[in-house]
Design a protein around this ligand. Structure first.
Ligand code: FAD
Length: 430
């Protein structure tokens, strides 16, 4: 009997995980990736002779799928944990944040609001059934718990500078799962976050080598232009100037991109349109290499009208790196005119922001700067998200998923790995 020909589109953690599972079954899957490297949002680049992620990445103690896959790949020892600190920049001052003591002593909101904030964080750890949260906006839910002023000071800017005009419709289930993920990464109330020695590259290289040694094939720099479904199942994929037939296709690339890919393959309206209509936020992520530390925090939330920045991430306070490395993300819809600004403008804004946070920083403390962009960095999970998603199996033998499929969990490496495995088994069972 002939073996099924299987293609996985997208070489991020989800595509790699799905391909790995199918390769282990001896199915010789083929992975098709548009970029010149694997890893998707978790991919690395050369940062002054060391490999770091293009976008900041950390792991939580509850990232079980990631941990299991690392063990399977013999990389368990590479995952390290560190107690991390958090800060909050408000009214031109850097406050401690993120611990019970820091919240209780935060002077800018009433003691009642502080207690309500802590109570809400604790409640997030005990909620099991999130269905009611899918019907509420994050804003109304958070306001109910911590009050109007508390919300305004602690949350409002985080939503505005991540979701802009969508801020008010983000689902409470989505923010709940984010708070819970971080809340569970605590031991005796102290936050512990993880990093991979060698960065995500370590995982990506190892899993891709394993895929190839198991008989899988990987195509890089091979952007998929079209998928033409076949009546009997599977379809034809047009990529890298060739058209190849597959019995089973699993796409793991951002859903909005599928609209034109299906349309190019002859799929009719309104099916392709359901994918084009999925909303996503872009990210312009500045990385600054500094002579001096910015702070002792890994993460600093920001509420300051001068900057369109929800927070900054001092990666070198988590993963030991040569030099002090800070990520400064600017999120926005890619239709926002700001998205067309040049890298140097974002870098200048980012540097100005850091100099306000740490007033001892001088211009000659900036050693180097980088800027990476991704149009589909954060799916917009509005209320009722699940029922609005297009079908994951619109044609026989074609599966179309991305990070929104595991809602209410936020996009994450571990979640994508777990879902990649799930969809791999589901697709071959049917
Ligand atoms: C700023 C930022 C910070 C993050 N921080 C964290 C964190 O701290 N911890 C964490 O766990 N996660 C974090 N994430 C999320 C994490 O990176 C993602 O959840 C994960 O990479 C998703 O993997 P994926 O395979 O599902 O999708 P993606 O990584 O999006 O992979 C999709 C792949 O499809 C490819 N592709 C696109 N179009 C085509 C085409 N036409 N043909 C072929 N291939 C195509 C892309 O090049 C990409 O490689 C962060 C993401 C961002 C953007």
């Amino acid at each position: 009997m002939n073996k099924k020909k299987i293609a996985i589109i997208g070489g991020g953690p989800m595509g790699l995980s799905a391909t790995f599972e199918l390769a282990k079954l001896g199915l010789q899957p083929e992975l098709i990736e548009a970029d010149d490297r694997l890893g998707g949002m978790a991919a690395c680049f050369d940062f002054e002779n060391q490999r770091i992620e293009r976008y900041y990445h950390f792991h939580c103690t509850g990232d079980f799928a990631f941990k299991r896959t690392l063990s399977e790949l013999g990389l368990k020892e590479k995952l390290c944990w560190k107690e991390t600190k958090m800060g909050f920049f408000f009214k031109n001052k850097l406050y401690r944040w993120g611990s019970v003591g820091a919240v209780i002593t935060f002077p800018r909101i009433s003691i009642i609001s502080r207690l309500r904030y802590l109570l809400h964080a604790a409640r997030c750890l005990t909620i099991k059934d999130w269905n009611h949260l899918d019907k509420l906006t994050a804003r109304s839910w958070l306001k109910k718990w911590i009050g109007k002023t508390g919300y305004q000071i602690l949350w409002n800017k985080l939503f505005i500078y991540k979701f802009f005009n969508y801020s008010d419709s983000i689902s409470a289930a989505w923010i709940w799962s984010r708070i819970r993920r971080l809340g569970k990464s605590r031991h005796f109330l102290k936050e512990y976050l993880g990093y991979l020695k060698g960065g995500s590259d370590e995982f990506i290289e190892c899993i891709s080598n394993r895929i190839e040694s198991l008989g899988g094939k990987i195509y890089l720099s091979s952007k998929v232009f079209s998928i033409k479904p076949n009546l009997n199942g599977g379809g034809e994929i047009n990529f890298a100037n060739q058209i190849k037939k597959y019995d089973l296709i699993i796409s793991t690339i951002p859903l909005p991109l599928l609209g034109s890919i299906l349309k190019n393959g002859g799929v009719k309206y309104p099916i392709y349109n359901k994918y084009s209509n999925c909303k996503s936020i872009a990210c312009v992520c500045v990385i600054l290499h500094l002579k001096k530390k910015l702070s002792n925090n890994f993460w600093i939330n920001i509420n300051d009208d001068r900057f369109k920045i929800p927070g900054v991430i001092e990666m070198s306070n988590l993963r030991p790196l040569r030099g002090n490395v800070v990520y400064i993300p600017f999120y926005m819809p890619s239709t926002n005119p700001d998205y067309n600004r040049e890298n140097k403008e974002f870098i200048s804004d980012a540097w100005y922001c850091l100099k306000q946070i740490n007033k001892s920083l001088q211009d000659n403390d900036l050693i180097n700067s980088y800027c990476n962009r991704y149009k589909y960095a954060q799916p917009i999970c509005e209320i009722g998200h699940l029922k609005n998603l297009p079908s994951i199996n619109p044609f026989k033998g074609i599966y179309i998923v991305d990070t929104t499929a595991y809602y209410p969990e936020d996009r994450g490496i571990s979640e994508s790995i777990e879902y990649g495995k799930k969809i791999a088994y589901e697709s071959i069972r049917n």
